[in-house]
Ligand binder design. Structure first.
Ligand SMILES: C[S@@+](CC[C@H](N)C(=O)[O-])C[C@H]1O[C@@H](n2cnc3c(N)ncnc32)[C@H](O)[C@@H]1O
Length: 298
């Protein structure tokens, strides 16, 4: 079976992958304890001048350069351990960014207004609320992939499409038209509101604020998902139970574990997108029917 992008769904430590919040918390504690120890060790080997403004610092452990070095060491340890634990790439950014954010907050305490942080948190929640709950962040299907999906629907005579977790609605708007209908379901508030509005304004497709788990897949010719490794087994079980014979389940980048896809479309776009195609009950596709990548949109 073709493999998904490296480092995405090949957990080094399955336990950490199953409990990423817990793993992230443990990693932060290890980094918090490890950074001063690491710096103390380094200073023992390479004595550093931690004086501020040229004057000898009477309390070097509290000097600004040392605090910055500690924060950076902590961030590096946290990011490295997150990578070693096999967590998805966005956790590495979170793991590395968290200590820096905490140190910045401590160093600037009382000097900055609080509301920008509250606003930033609200915006992040509105856009990425599914990241922690569903382990599916927001990233978007590119144009080459949307064109490949359009080609697929045209070639197979598929007339209805459903994007599960439709993000900003680009796929829905791209697939709708020429006799095809497309709809999406999205629960993140900002993504839903914007994509709903864009669909209304352009007259292309429709978006509903419904969880993909509560969406009936039984009436659609092509169901598309660009999610993460996490929901794939349960989602495929749902697709198998509900989708009609002859319909097609397509996953962008994330293969269903232990299920052989009927076809894999390898696009010639920059990220080397792979579309995993699973025919539902009606004999769609075959093992040797993979399209020639040269015929697909670049
Ligand atoms: C990787 S993005 C893909 C967006 C879009 N399909 C595209 O390809 O451009 C995944 C989206 O799924 C949404 N999502 C995650 N869990 C969901 C759920 N249970 N129900 C509906 N949407 C969900 C996320 O909010 C996010 O917008």
């Amino acid at each position: 079976m073709a493999q998904p992008p490296p480092g995405v769904d090949e957990p080094v430590m399955p336990l950490a992958r199953r409990h990423p919040l817990l793993a992230a918390a443990v990693i932060q504690i290890v980094a918090l304890l490890g950074a001063p120890a690491l710096l103390a060790g380094l200073r023992a080997v390479f004595p550093l001048d931690v004086s501020v403004g040229g004057a000898a610092d009477p309390a070097p452990s509290l000097s600004l350069p040392l605090l910055i070095a500690t924060a950076l060491a902590q961030a590096a340890i946290a990011a490295g351990l997150t990578r070693l634990a096999g967590l998805p790439v966005w956790w590495i950014w979170i793991g590395g960014g968290f200590p820096v954010a905490i140190w910045l907050t401590l160093l600037t305490a009382g000097t900055l207004p609080a509301w920008p942080f509250g606003l930033a948190f609200l915006l992040l929640y509105l856009v990425f609320s599914n990241t922690a709950r569903e382990r599916v962040p927001l990233y978007l299907t590119n144009r080459a992939t949307a064109e490949a999906l359009t080609t697929l629907m045209r070639e197979r005579g598929l007339v209805s499409a459903l994007d599960l977790g439709s993000g900003l609605g680009d796929v829905v708007r791209a697939l709708h038209g020429e006799g095809r209908t497309a709809r999406g379901v999205e629960t993140a508030p900002f993504a839903f509101a914007l994509s709903w509005l864009l669909s209304r304004l352009t007259g292309r497709g429709s978006i509903a604020r419904v969880s993909l788990w509560e969406t009936d897949l039984g009436t659609t010719d092509l169901v598309y998902a660009f999610l993460s490794p996490e929901p794939m087994p349960a989602l495929f079980a749902k697709a198998r139970a509900e989708m009609k014979p002859g319909s097609l389940f397509v996953s962008n980048s994330f293969a269903v574990p232990e299920v052989e896809p009927d076809e894999v479309w390898e696009l010639q776009d920059r990220r080397g997108t792979r579309l995993y195609l699973y025919g539902m009950g009606g004999g769609q596709g075959s093992d040797d029917a993979s399209l020639n990548a040269a015929n697909l949109p670049a």
